[in-house]
Design a binder for this molecule. Structure first.
Ligand SMILES: [Zn+2]
Length: 301
């Protein structure tokens, strides 16, 4: 695995992830399931424009627009029959955006992360999905992502550690070499809503095969520092990734908005650096402006 370009790159420097996709699309007035855009010839251009915005802001890693592209969530959007096309087109949309970025004279190495979000329904015993079914559902998505040539799988925004393990297992069954990043979303006190503790999650997820572990979304960049510290203290050698959202969501005039400015996020994430993260980026509510500001923390602009 050490030969994998992404794992090599994080040995040399902190990599910069990207920012939000869903809230960026919402701000453009798009209210449909974000994954459905991948099979709409016109609207996929919006997805590419978001990718390009992050590339120009300095991202080294771009996530595919596939956060909800698993069989359970797609069924809720009546798109379960389009799962292959949705995941395939998403990878190509990132690749095309990178192509445009490089044509403009940029030569740096960019990594495509196949984005895998939660199933959207709980596993047993809290819910009805059996562990083996969860593995099957994730496999349906992950298979297409891997077949289309991504560099890394990013399993993110998971609250149930068993669901994360099911997702990791689905990847390992298909490709034992592709790097896996797995990030959970934490509430107060560095514990997920389903009871997984940050300090325990580091070891468990690495044991199950994640190369890089961390946190995303959660309670914003200020409160995430507790997760950062606990994860580092629990394993001095772990490779860690953190992508907080731009503060807590607030409801304003019926719209969910995130108010953490790029400057505030920068100041908070700067405090993560002493805990030696391998990758930093941002989640819901963030924009290319946030990522551009963070790019100075990764030592290359
Ligand atoms: Zn988020």
């Amino acid at each position: 695995m050490i030969g994998e370009p992404l794992l090599k790159a994080i040995k040399k420097r902190i990599l910069l992830g990207d920012g939000a996709m869903g809230t960026m699309l919402q701000n453009m007035g798009i209210l449909a399931c974000p994954d459905s855009l991948n099979i709409n010839e016109k609207l996929i251009e919006k997805v590419k424009s978001v990718h390009l915005g992050y590339l120009k802001a300095g991202s080294d890693i771009i996530q595919t627009n596939t956060f909800g592209a698993n069989p359970v969530k797609l069924k809720a959007c009546k798109l379960e029959d389009n799962i292959e096309e949705i995941n395939k087109n998403a990878v190509h949309a990132v690749r095309e955006s990178i192509g445009i970025f490089k044509k403009e004279g940029n030569s740096k190495e960019i990594f495509i992360a196949g984005d895998v979000g939660p199933l959207g329904q709980l596993l047993e015993p809290a819910g009805n999905i059996k562990y083996s079914q969860a593995v099957k559902f994730f496999t349906a998505q992950v298979k297409t992502l891997i077949e289309n040539g991504i560099d890394v799988i990013l399993i993110e925004t998971i609250m149930d550690i068993n669901e994360a393990i099911a997702a990791i297992e689905s990847v390992k069954n298909i490709d034992n070499k592709i790097p896996i990043v797995c990030t959970l979303t934490f509430g107060e006190n560095a514990v997920t809503m389903m009871g997984a503790k940050a300090k325990d999650a580091v070891k468990i997820l690495q044991d199950k095969g994640a190369d890089i572990v961390g946190a995303n979304c959660s309670l914003g960049s200020e409160l995430m520092i507790k997760v950062v510290r606990e994860m580092r203290e629990s394993d001095p050698k772990a490779k860690l990734m953190f992508q907080p959202n731009a503060g807590m969501p607030v409801l304003e005039n019926g719209k969910t908005v995130y108010k953490e400015s790029a400057d505030v996020m920068f100041e908070n994430i700067r405090k993560y650096l002493k805990y030696r993260p391998s990758i930093i980026g941002a989640c819901c509510g963030s924009t290319p402006e946030h990522i551009k500001k963070l790019s100075s923390l990764t030592g290359h602009q």
